[in-house]
Every structure is written in C-alpha cells, then in structure tokens.
Design a protein around this ligand. Structure first.
Ligand code: GDP
Length: 430
C-alpha cells in the first residue's frame, strides 16, 4: 500500500524571510510539475514561479527535487523555499491539498526516514534532540547521537556478538572436523568480557549525558536570610536565564535555568533551613532537603554575621559560601566570599559550577539515553549467562538474546546470515 504524500511547513512560524515547505511521497514529481511548470532537475536549486492549478501566480521561489532513494525520507521529496508570509504559506498549502497532499503529522518525515532505513532509532532520537537543543553541549551530544557514531558503536557490539555466536555454532556443527578451532568457546570468552566492560563504561557515560540533556542541578541551601534568593537573582542577571519557573509559594523551590559556557545549569533557590513549627514552612524545608539530595552540587550559604550553621551532609559535592561580603569587607574565611550587591565572588561561583559540570561530563565513550541503558543492561546479563553456560547450544542462545537487545536499541534486529559469517571468518575447507 502506498503511503499518502505529505507536506509541511518545515521552517519556523511565519512571518519570516523565507518559508521552507517540505513534500514527501509518490505524488511529489507530479505536484512539482503542476506548481512549478515542470519537474526541476534533481538536487539543484531552480528559481520558479509557483502557481495555483488555474495558473494564478502564488509566489516565486526556489524549488528543489530529491528523487528517491537519495532523500531525507527515502521517498521522492521536494522543498519549496518561498516568501515566509502567512498568506503565501496558506495559499501554497491550499494548492498542495487540492493536488491530493495532506498535512504531515508531527515527526512523520523522520518516521518515514526510519521506515525506509535512512535513519535508525538512535539517529531519530539524536535528530529530535538536535532540533530542541538550547545549549552548546546539548548540540554536541545530539550530533554524536544523530550522526551515526552511537549507532556504529551499537552495531559494532552486535557484530562481535554475532561473530562469537558463529564460532560457537561452528564448534557445534563441525566438532568432529579437524580444521575447526579447538575450543571456540574459550577463545571468545576474552572478547566477551571486554565487551561487557565497554558496555558498563557506556552506562556511566549515559549518566553524564543526562546532565547535559536535563541540566546540571545546583541547589542553594542555607538558613533563612542567608542571601539565597539574592544570589539566584544575581546569577540569573549575569548569565542568560533560559526559563524562569516561579513556583506557587515563596516556601517552594524556585528554579532558574542558565546557560553557563554551553552547559545547562538549573539553579534551585530553596526555603531557608531551620527548626520550624509552621506546617507550611516545614514542608518547604522538606522540599529544600529533597532538592539538596537530588542535586549534582550544593552551594551552602552562610551569612558572615549570623554564622548560622545548618549544613547537614547530603552526600553531594558542595561549596561553602559566605554571603554579604560588602557588609563585612574585613572578614576572613575559607569559604568563597560573595556579595550579591557588588557582584564580588560571583565569578568564583560561576567557575566552580562550570568546573564540576565539566568534570561530570568526563565521558570516555559515546553516551546513550535511558532507553538504551535498559537494553544494554539486558544484553550484558545475557552475555554473562553465555559465559557461565557450559552447554554450547544454550551459550549460543544467550548470545542471540544479547544481540537482539542491541538490535532493539537501533530498531534493526538484523536477520543476519550466520553461515556467511562462519564461512568468511575461518576456513572450514570443504
Ligand atoms: P534568603 O532568605 O536566604 O533567600 O535571603 P535573601 O536573599 O532574601 O536575603 C536576605 C536579606 O539579606 C535581604 O534583605 C537582602 O537584601 C540581604 N542581602 C542578601 N545578599 C546580600 C549581599 O550580598 N549584601 C547585602 N548588603 N545584603 C544582602
């Protein structure tokens, strides 16, 4: 069954200088001939007059034709680059509908690219991250995921599993042949152990990647009036505040998202921690402690004058900060001394946060997503089963299961030709 030919405004909402309308599906060439006079040459920008079906001129713009299979979706595709007004886009959309096209659903182009094998699931995820990336690090991470590097890693792992399984199957099939290896199962054991190590390193990297995607969480903790809100405001004014999420009550946890040297940092202002009788305040303090426990870093603020000490170990890296340095210029302290009024010490806070964020992004290997981790964990478990299993048939079964888990990550559980592998990797000689 052939799929509908779809179109969509792929650039931002009008008005804009240029609007890009993308088309994909079997009607593409007919539609191009109809609106642009004739089918333009493949993959070359052609300046054309765009017309309605009755010949009325709609606009003039660049028309690009990408015949299948060398297109984003793998189908015949086209782009109309026209003037970016609402009226032009509406009029062209109307004409495309009259020609039998329908508006694409969200993600439908990428979905078709996946269905036609142009992108695997990992690349689709990277693409979606790239489109929504706000910080430099998010962009880099998305490119790593979306441009095939991560897929190649998973594919490489799957190939090693296939090879290991091929060796075992060969030992099973040709056990009485002289030129089959002595004990393939022993030989592959070493590589499988290495493979499991690589998988576990990848899981650690995934944790770092989550920090890049969801932000490095910094909780500001301290007694009431220590200067927590003042610090949050001072930081937000200095850095680019991406989103400010003001919660319902002053007792709740406030968040500001900042772009610090390409890292998304979420700064949390929490309720002052002290012994409280008031129910609402106690709830606020509980939330402050929860925020501290789940943070990647704590800024522990103390008013130089009061010296009130409320820090309790949260098992999270923390920085001691003494506030209101402008009031007590002669104080000495091991803590980082800041003033939200004069800006003193804010650079040090900035640097400390960025340093720790950078350290936590210390990834040796490519970093996957949570979804990948589940499959990697299962694959690892199956490999361990294979290593522990003395019976060759069951060993091979466990390796197959491990490979299938990896195939689920990219969405391509390969129908591999086991015999090809057997015959190409070592000489059976017959
Ligand atoms: P929080 O309860 O910990 O959030 O503390 P606030 O940020 O609300 O500050 C408590 C009081 O200290 C306010 O009156 C602030 O104006 C004042 N304050 C905070 N930071 C500074 C500072 O760096 N210098 C001076 N002079 N006053 C400060």
């Amino acid at each position: 069954m052939t799929q509908a030919t779809i179109f969509s405004l792929s650039s931002g909402q009008p008005p804009a200088g240029v609007a890009v309308i993308r088309i994909s599906g079997s009607l593409t060439s007919n539609v191009l001939a109809a609106v642009a006079g004739s089918l333009p040459p493949a993959r070359l920008a052609s300046l054309r007059t765009i017309r309605k079906r009755n010949g009325e001129v709609l606009d003039q713009g660049l028309v690009l034709y990408f015949p299948a299979p060398n297109s984003f979706t793998g189908e015949d595709c086209a782009e109309l680059q026209v003037h970016g007004s609402r009226a032009v886009v509406n009029a062209i959309s109307e004409t495309l509908r009259e020609l039998g096209l329908r508006q694409a659903e969200a993600g439908e182009f990428a979905r078709r690219a996946f269905e036609h094998g142009r992108l695997d699931l990992v690349e689709v995820e990277g693409l979606s991250d790239l489109v929504s990336a706000e910080t430099e690090m998010q962009r880099k991470l998305a490119l790593q995921t979306g441009m095939g590097a991560l897929s190649a890693q998973y594919l490489g792992w799957a190939e090693r599993l296939t090879y290991a399984r091929a060796m075992i199957e060969a030992e099973l099939d040709f056990a009485d042949e002289e030129d089959a290896p002595e004990s393939a199962a022993d030989l592959i054991g070493t590589d499988l152990a290495v493979l499991m190590k690589e998988m576990s390193a990848a899981s650690n990297s995934a944790r770092s990647a989550e920090i890049i995607r969801n932000g490095f969480k910094v909780a500001i903790i301290g007694a009431p009036n220590a200067g927590k809100s003042s610090l949050l405001n001072a930081m937000a004014k200095r850095e680019v505040a991406i989103v400010t999420d003001i919660a319902g009550t002053t007792r709740d946890v406030l968040t500001v998202e900042l772009d610090m040297e390409g890292y998304l940092v979420r700064l949390y202002d929490t309720a002052g921690i002290r012994d409280a009788d008031d129910v609402v305040e106690r709830e606020g303090i509980k939330r402050a402690k929860d925020a501290a426990r789940s943070a990647d870093m704590i800024l522990y603020l103390r008013d130089a004058r009061s010296g009130l000490d409320v820090y309790e170990g949260f098992d999270v890296p923390y920085l001691n900060v003494e506030t209101k340095a402008d009031l007590y210029p002669n104080n000495t302290s091991d803590a980082v001394r800041i003033s939200s009024v004069t800006g003193q010490g804010l650079d040090q806070i900035h640097q400390a946060i960025v340093d720790l964020a950078r350290e936590s992004w210390n990834v040796g290997s490519l970093a996957g997503k949570d979804r990948h981790q589940e499959h990697i964990a299962l694959a690892s478990k199956f490999i361990q089963d294979a290593l522990d299993e003395p019976r060759l048939e069951l060993k091979a079964d466990a390796l197959r299961a491990a490979g299938d888990e990896l195939g689920r990550i990219t969405g391509r559980v390969d129908v591999e030709d086991l015999l090809d592998v057997i015959f190409s990797k070592f000489c059976i000689g017959k």
